[in-house]
Structures are given as C-alpha cells and as structure tokens.
Design a protein around this ligand. Structure first.
Ligand code: PLP
Length: 405
C-alpha cells in the first residue's frame, strides 16, 4: 500500500458471540411466525421488554431537578452503593454494620465481573477462578480477558435435571486454598437450577473449609422466589469475619439493561482491610473506565430510597417473576396437551428466566431452520419469551422435533 505494510488487513474476524449472534440471525429472519427464545432479556405478555413505571417516575423526578453532569467518584454514587448493598445483603447485615465491605458502582454486572477479575489479577495473581459447568458463556471470557486461569466444577445432573451437589462438593475439596469459586447467586444461567437453602449451607461450609474465596454473580435478584428469598445463597456466605465477593446487576430486575447498572462488593475480614481493598478497586477502575455512568445509578438510588417508589418497584418485580413462573407451568401443560413424550415437570422447579430444556443441538437446529423458533444451542429456553399467544405453537413445534429424533 502507499502507506507501507498494513498492520490491520490480515486480522481475522472474531467468532460471533453465540447468543448475541443468534439475536442478529433472528432479526434478519423474514419468516413472520418467528419466535425468539434465545436472548436473556425479560419480555412481557406482548413480547415487549418494558420500561418499568417506577423507572419512568424516577426519571421524571431527576429530569425535573437536574443538578450536575460532573464526574462521579471512581467507585460511583455512595448512596447507590449503600442501597444496593442493603438490598443484596439485607440492611443490618453484619459485614455492612462492621464496615468491612469495599464497593463500587459498575457498568452493569459484566462491569462488576470485569473489575473483580482485574482486582483478582492484580492482587491475587495465583488464584484460579472455578466456574460451574455449564455457565454463562461470558464468564470464562471475562476472566480470561483479565489474564486469569479458569477451570470448571460439576454443577448439572443432566439425567435428573437437578443439582449435582455431590460432584460439586467433591470438586471443591480438590480446589487449592486461595482459589476463587464463581457461583450464581440465584437463577443459575443457563440451567435454572439453584441450590436449596440447606445445600447452600453445605456448599459454603465446603468452600470456607477449603480456604477458597466465594464470588457470587447476582444478576437476577427477585426473579426466582422473591427479592429476599433469592439472597439466601449470598447470606449463606455472609458469615461473621468471612471474605467474599459479590457482583450484582440491575439489568433484569429494574429493566435497565442499556443503562449499565451494577455493583461490586468485596467483603473483607476487617474494616482496615476493606479500606485497603477499596484503594485497589479504585485503582483498577481508574485505568479501565475511570468512573461509572451516573444515570442508571441515580434512577436506582431514587427508587430504592423512596418508600413509595420502592414499593412500586417491588410490585413490578413480582409481576415479572410471576409471569415467568406462570409460563413455566403453561409450557409444561402445553407440552402434555400436545402429547409430547417425557416428563417436563422439572421446568416448573427451575428458577429465573431460563429453562434448560434438555433439547439436543440437532433439535435446537431443527426448531430454528424448520419452525423459526430460536433457542440457544445448549437447549436453554428464555421462558420470558413465551406468551399466551405463542406458547401453543412452541409446544407443538417442540413436539415435532422431539418426535423426529
Ligand atoms: N451474569 C449473568 C449470569 C448474566 O446472565 C448476565 C446477563 O445476561 C450478567 C451477569 C450481566 O448482565 P449485565 O452486564 O447486563 O448487568
């Protein structure tokens, strides 16, 4: 070229993100009967991803009283972090009272995970991060991008559609002291299978006995059994003096996906350690995105700190959760009504937005190519994509592809 050797033209295209790529394929599909059950976004009974009423009201209030667009602190809005910590841990939870929590408002749950990964890489460089098999595909990508080694532990008991607790506990016993175990706080993505309260306690006992650091990814609080109920796993780890990390997200439960609203909490054993850790968190953020976007955090803080708006929000979360759980039951009934062989009642025991359906790769492919129904290759169905208008067709088409193989 006239500019000498090209540095860029030999760069090969990266593979498309498996899940986001499916969304693009769905958009481009001309078939009018198409149904998208692939993306991880809540949809209402009309197939729309709603803007919550409490969010609209908070935005009206913020717009009516604008203050400044100056930078937030590196760790974000303090009142947002405090309200978020109280929602996740429960107000009055010992680590908060003892001031042994370092925190940051982050750009979404993904941002929290990436900050935690950078923090681990800088401060715990020999730690391997263990993740459930299966897990959200972005988990290994985020930690690998930060230069951290990742390994997997067994989680899913496929034949019984349940938790492989024995396999998980055996794997924890073999982890090295100083490693990190990534757990889904609730609504495990993609399986929809969560430990019971008693199982959480067993897992926490094993993790702490081994000297392993728990890292909870808490992206669906309120989508399982309730806002408080869904924190049962986190509370199993939040023991006096115990260290843990939590990455939370408001993408789903506030419907604030594109505003990028999340938080990282690092619970240390003493208040002095929390102060040091806070400086290290600030350091990794400063060289990454410097400080978080303000709007989403202001919206959430406005809602959580206003009793009336908060009540409205809790109602809206309940509506989303109930709709998803109703659709679980409706799908199981519709599959039975279509005479689809097999017992699908496990779907009603799964929690969160997803159902691991047990459909094979071939069946998933046939659903897409023959029936324009999009689900993820692992067989993960976004239950929130089901509506009274499409559920019968989904059940019928699942029946067709199950019957073919
Ligand atoms: N963790 C899990 C398991 C998720 O499924 C998601 C979203 O799909 C996230 C974290 C992060 O979401 P966000 O970065 O949009 O807050």
């Amino acid at each position: 070229t006239p500019f000498g050797i090209s540095m860029l033209e030999r760069i090969e295209a990266a593979p498309k993100d498996a899940i986001l790529g499916l969304g693009e394929a769905f958009k481009a599909d001309p078939r009018s009967e198409k149904i998208n059950l692939s993306v991880g976004v809540y949809q209402d009974e009309h197939g729309k991803t709603p803007l919550l009423e409490c969010v609209k009201e908070a935005e009206r209030r913020l717009a009516a009283n604008p203050t400044t667009k100056s930078y937030l602190p590196i760790s974000g809005l303090p009142e947002y972090c405090k309200a978020t910590a109280e929602l996740a841990f429960g107000a009055g939870n010992e680590p908060l009272v003892s001031k042994r929590v370092a925190w940051a408002q982050t750009p979404g749950g993904t941002g929290a995970l990436r900050v935690s990964a950078d923090f681990i890489a800088a401060n715990l460089p020999n730690s391997t991060v263990w993740m459930s098999e299966p897990t959200w595909p972005n988990h290994p990508q985020i930690f690998n991008a930060a230069g951290i080694a990742t390994k997997t532990y067994p989680y899913f008991d496929a034949p019984n559609n349940s938790l492989n607790l024995a396999g998980m506990l055996a794997a924890i016993e073999k982890m090295a002291a100083g490693d990190v175990i990534l757990l889904h706080g609730c609504c495990h993505n993609p399986t929809g299978i969560d430990p019971t309260a008693a199982e959480w306690k067993q897992i926490a006992d094993a993790v702490f006995a081994r000297g392993v650091m728990p890292l909870l990814d808490f992206a669906y609080q309120g989508f399982g059994d309730g806002l408080e109920e869904d924190a049962v796993g986190l509370k199993a780890f939040s023991r006096p003096g115990a260290e843990l990390m939590v990455c939370s997200s408001y993408s789903k439960n506030f419907g604030l996906y594109r505003e990028r609203v999340g938080a990282l909490f690092v619970v240390t054993s003493t208040a002095a350690a929390a102060a040091s850790v806070q400086t290290q968190i600030d350091k990794v953020i400063r060289s990454n995105y410097s400080n978080p976007p303000a709007h989403g955090g202001e919206v959430v803080a406005t809602i959580l700190r206003d009793p009336e708006l908060r009540k409205q929000w809790e109602g809206e979360v309940t509506t989303m959760r109930n709709r998803i759980n109703d659709m679980r039951h409706a799908l199981v009934e519709a599959l039975a009504a279509q005479g689809v062989p097999g017992d699908y009642s496990f779907m009603t025991r799964q929690r969160g937005m997803f159902s691991f359906s047990g459909l094979t790769k071939e069946q998933v492919e046939a659903l897409r190519s023959e029936y324009a129904i999009y689900i993820v290759g692992s067989g993960r169905i976004n239950v929130a994509g089901l509506t009274p208008a499409n559920i019968e067709r989904v059940a019928q088409c699942i029946g067709e592809v199950v019957g073919q193989t």
